[in-house]
Design a protein around this ligand. Structure first.
Ligand code: KG4
Ligand code: ZN
Length: 337
């Protein structure tokens, strides 16, 4: 008889979202996310504030996740947490909470790589890819094209040499005076605009590599010459055009990877995977190439604990547990967890 699926409580605190989820195997029973609004006024995450906010929020987020899942902690089989990469202070709050809980209820601990968890968020839900597949991981901190051979075997095909694409979205939105994080604001405005209105340069890089510093600078110079009223009147076209330039390298690299590796499955993950234009462009690309396209539900794109629990489920099934003495690692890379 098949053993029952494990009941796992997972904690994510790598940046500015405090999240706790409860999963039965690969199925989330709850996924509570508390986003820290305190950073909005600064146009970016203030690390010291982030760890303080995590400390303030984590207990009530955990209580809510347990309540929504309708379980008691004594039923849990394991406690999972994000080991890295992320902000050191933020990671430490989640890890310490996880360790305290594991110790007090006598359950094993599982440490999870945040980037691997973004990839494995594609395996939550019914329409999931099978291994191997190609995954574009696009967030505020990372831009990676990854060959996913197994849940624990991922090879980076290429990455950004400077800013991450989400960071570039956020910086462009800041120049436009839109809110933080700005990716969603640009996405919303771009829906009403013409992507060919203003030709911003698209970086030419080595295959599967990305660079956003050039386009960002050109955007800054473009805006400097314009009157605020002109910018306001042309906001949809400006957003659609800068979004086109930010996304084109991602679409081109995905196209090349699908052709070169002959793998008929492409997935996207991370906060920027919520972008409507990226989804529709990659969906059309896959349709043209006869490949299957996968993307997580919106709540599993940006940072969330359900993806940590999904990754932890694989580790639980293999009996891979963490020691209480295990450290968090702010620079942990894919394949090093
Ligand atoms: O994965 P995530 O929540 O955090 C990191 O691990 O970085 O990603 C956050 C990033 C931010 O840069 C945000 O602007 C971007 O995801 N983002 C978007 C959209 N929604 C969130 N970027 C473009 N379009 C969106 N709709
Ligand atoms: Zn993330």
């Amino acid at each position: 008889m098949k053993p029952p699926e494990p009941l796992i409580l997972a904690i994510e605190s790598s940046c500015d979202d405090t999240s706790v989820a409860v999963l039965r195997g690969s199925v989330p029973l709850s996924n509570v996310i508390s986003s820290q609004l305190v950073h909005n006024q600064f146009g970016g995450v203030v690390p010291e504030m982030a760890s303080r906010e995590h400390m303030r929020n984590i207990r009530k987020v955990a209580e809510q996740a347990i309540h929504e899942a309708d379980i008691s902690v004594s039923q849990l089989d394991a406690i999972a947490y994000t080991k890295g990469p992320g902000l050191p202070g933020s990671l430490m709050v989640g890890a310490s909470f996880a360790k305290g809980l594991a110790l007090s209820v006598g359950k094993p601990l599982i440490s999870v790589n945040h980037m691997e968890a973004h990839v494995l968020s594609l395996l939550i839900g019914e329409k999931s890819p099978t291994f191997p597949f190609i995954c574009l991981v696009v967030s505020g901190g990372h831009t990676l094209l990854v060959m996913v051979e197994e849940w624990n075997k991922m090879q980076i095909l290429g990455t950004s040499t400077d800013d991450a694409v989400g960071e570039a979205f956020d910086k462009c939105a800041k120049l436009l005076g839109l809110g933080y994080p700005g990716g969603k604001f640009i996405d919303d405005q771009a829906k009403k605009g013409n992507p060919k209105a203003f030709p911003f340069p698209v970086a030419k890089t080595a295959p599967f590599c990305f660079s956003y510093s050039g386009v960002k600078t050109s955007f800054l110079y473009f805006l400097r010459e314009k009157e605020p009223i002109w910018i306001e009147e042309n906001l949809p076209d400006i957003c659609a055009s800068i979004q086109f330039a930010l996304l084109k390298p991602l679409v081109d690299a995905s196209n090349k990877a699908l052709q070169e590796f002959g793998i008929g499955q492409l997935g996207i993950a991370g906060g920027v995977a919520a972008n409507s234009s990226l989804r529709s462009q990659l969906s059309s690309l896959c349709e043209k190439m006869g490949a299957n396209f996968y993307f997580p539900a919106f709540e599993y794109c940006t940072d969330n604990a359900a993806m940590i629990g999904r990754a932890a489920c694989f580790k639980y099934q293999q009996g891979i547990f963490a020691e209480l003495s295990e450290h968090t690692e702010s620079r942990l890379a894919i394949g090093q967890s």
